[in-house]
Design a protein around this ligand. Structure first.
Ligand SMILES: *[C@@H]1O[C@H](CO)[C@@H](O)[C@H](O)[C@H]1NC(C)=O
Ligand SMILES: *[C@@H]1O[C@H](CO)[C@@H](O)[C@H](O)[C@H]1NC(C)=O
Ligand SMILES: *[C@@H]1O[C@H](CO)[C@@H](O)[C@H](O)[C@H]1NC(C)=O
Ligand SMILES: *[C@@H]1O[C@H](CO)[C@@H](O)[C@H](O)[C@H]1NC(C)=O
Ligand SMILES: *[C@@H]1O[C@H](CO)[C@@H](O)[C@H](O)[C@H]1NC(C)=O
Ligand SMILES: *[C@@H]1O[C@H](CO)[C@@H](O)[C@H](O)[C@H]1NC(C)=O
Ligand SMILES: *[C@@H]1O[C@H](CO)[C@@H](O)[C@H](O)[C@H]1NC(C)=O
Length: 337
C-alpha cells in the first residue's frame, strides 16, 4: 500500500516542480522569427550583438526555432539566454536549436573559432538550448566545437550539445553543466584551465574515442568533477563505439578528471581510461579517478594502471562545494539533484 502511494505521488510532485519558460521575463530581449512586434529580433546573434557593452545584467528569451550561424557572447555584464520550454528541467522538451558547421578542416583558425556558441565573457548562463556543430567526421582536423566556454561563471542548464570531435570546450573559468546532454566521439569534453562540475547529465558517445581530454598542463586548480551522470551510446552511434570508448585521455601532462557515481551502460573499453598516444603516454602526473561506477559498461573492467579507484573518503573530497566554494553566488541550484 505504501509503495503504491509513493509511485502515484512521484509524477505529481515532479510535475508540480516543473518550471516553464514560455513567456519572456520582463525586460528580456525577445528573439522570435517572423514576429511583427517592433523590437523583436529574428536571430539570436542579432539580439546578443545589440546588448549594451556595459556591466548591466541582461536576459535574452528565444522562441522556438532553428537558428543558423555562429553566436559570440562577449559583453562585460551577465547574460542569461533562455530557450522557450514547457519544462525547463527536461532537455528532451527543448525547442530552440542553434546550428553551425565549422571545423579546423573547413578553415576556422582555431578550435575556439569553430564554436557554434562562443562564450567569451563571464557570468553567462544558458537554459534549454540545443547547440549543434553539424560538421561531422573528418580523417584529420575534425575539431568542431558546439559550445566554447572561455569565461568565468558559466552555467549550462538542460542544454543539449552535439558534435563528433571536441563538442564541449570547457577551457577557461569556473563552469557547471547540469541536467544537460553532451554528445560526441573524440575528446568531446576538453580544455586546459577550467574548473568544471557536471551533474545529472547524459553523456552520449557516438563512436570510438575518449569522452574527456583534460589539457591541464600544470599542477593548478583545474579539474573536471562528474557526479551522478549517465554515459550511454548515442542512438545513432557508429558500430565502432563498442569496446572503444574511454572515460578520458590526457591531453595535458597534469590531466585531472574524477567520475563519481556514474551509471555506465555504454560499452566502454576494458581499460576504461586511455593513454594520450603510443610513445607519448602523458601518464606520470595525472589523476584519472572513479568512485562507484555502475552498469554493464564497467562490468568487465581491467582498469589501466595509471587510473585510480577512490575510497569513499577520498571521493568525498571532490564535491561541487570543494571545487567551487562560492557556487551558491552564481549557480542555479534548482538544477542540482
Ligand atoms: C565571432 O568572433 C570571431 C572572432 O572575433 C569572428 O571571426 C566571427 O566573425 C564572429 N562571429 C560572428 C557571427 O559575429
Ligand atoms: C559576475 O556578476 C557578479 C554580479 O552579478 C559580479 O559581482 C561579478 O564581478 C561578475 N563576475 C565576473 C567575473 O564578471
Ligand atoms: C558541413 O560542411 C562541410 C564542408 O565544410 C560539408 O562537407 C558538410 O556536408 C556540411 N555538413 C552539414 C550537415 O551541412
Ligand atoms: C569509427 O567509425 C566512424 C564512422 O565509420 C569513422 O569515421 C571513424 O574513423 C571510426 N573510428 C576509428 C577509430 O576507427
Ligand atoms: C581496447 O583498447 C585497446 C587500446 O586501444 C584496443 O587495442 C582494444 O582492441 C580495445 N578493446 C576492444 C574490445 O575493442
Ligand atoms: C600538486 O600540488 C598539491 C599541493 O597543492 C600536492 O599535494 C600534489 O602532490 C601536487 N601533485 C603533483 C602531481 O605534483
Ligand atoms: C602501466 O601502463 C602503461 C601504459 O599502458 C604501460 O606503459 C606500463 O608498462 C604499465 N606499467 C606496469 C607496471 O604495468
Amino acid at each position: 500500500m505504501r509503495l503504491f502511494t509513493v509511485s502515484v505521488l512521484l509524477p505529481l510532485i515532479s510535475a508540480a516542480l516543473a518550471r516553464h519558460f514560455t513567456e519572456p521575463p520582463p525586460d528580456a530581449l525577445v528573439v522570435k522569427p517572423g514576429s511583427s512586434v517592433a523590437g523583436h529580433f529574428s536571430s539570436l546573434g542579432e539580439a546578443v550583438n545589440s546588448l549594451p557593452a556595459d556591466e548591466s545584467s541582461q536576459v535574452v528569451f528565444v522562441y522556438p526555432g532553428t537558428y543558423i550561424g555562429q553566436v559570440n557572447v562577449s559583453r562585460p555584464g551577465p547574460v542569461k539566454i533562455i530557450g522557450y520550454t514547457k519544462n525547463s528541467f527536461d532537455f528532451t522538451q527543448n525547442t530552440v536549436t542553434l546550428v553551425h558547421n565549422a571545423s579546423l578542416a573547413s578553415g576556422a583558425g582555431s578550435d575556439d573559432l569553430t564554436g557554434t556558441l562562443r562564450v567569451l565573457s563571464s557570468n553567462v548562463s544558458l537554459f534549454n538550448l540545443d547547440i549543434r556543430n553539424d560538421f561531422g567526421v573528418a580523417v584529420s582536423n575534425g575539431q568542431a566545437i558546439a559550445l566554447s566556454g572561455q569565461g568565468d561563471q558559466m552555467g549550462v542548464y538542460a542544454c543539449r550539445l552535439f558534435s563528433y570531435q571536441d563538442t564541449l570546450y570547457t577551457n577557461v573559468g569556473n563552469h557547471v553543466f547540469l541536467k544537460s546532454y553532451i554528445e560526441g566521439a573524440v575528446d568531446y569534453i576538453f580544455g586546459r584551465h577550467s574548473i568544471a562540475y557536471f551533474e545529472g547529465n547524459t553523456i552520449a558517445s557516438k563512436g570510438s574515442g575518449c569522452i574527456t581530454a583534460s589539457g591541464r598542463q600544470l599542477n593548478d586548480t583545474g579539474i573536471y568533477v562528474f557526479n551522478n551522470n549517465k554515459i550511454i551510446a548515442a542512438n545513432d552511434a557508429f558500430p565502432n563505439v563498442t569496446g572503444n570508448v574511454f572515460l578520458g585521455r590526457p591531453w595535458g601532462d597534469f590531466a585531472r578528471v574524477v567520475f563519481k557515481n556514474t551509471f555506465i551502460p555504454a560499452p566502454l573499453n576494458k581499460t576504461i581510461w586511455s593513454i594520450w598516444n603510443p610513445g607519448d603516454e602523458r601518464i606520470d602526473s595525472i589523476l584519472f579517478a572513479e568512485y562507484n561506477s555502475l552498469g554493464s559498461g564497467v562490468a568487465d573492467a581491467q582498469r589501466a594502471n595509471f587510473s585510480t579507484v577512490l575510497t569513499r573518503d577520498q571521493a568525498a573530497q571532490y564535491t561541487l562545494a570543494s571545487i567551487l566554494p562560492n557556487y551558491r553566488d552564481w549557480v542555479d541550484v534548482d538544477y542540482l539533484h
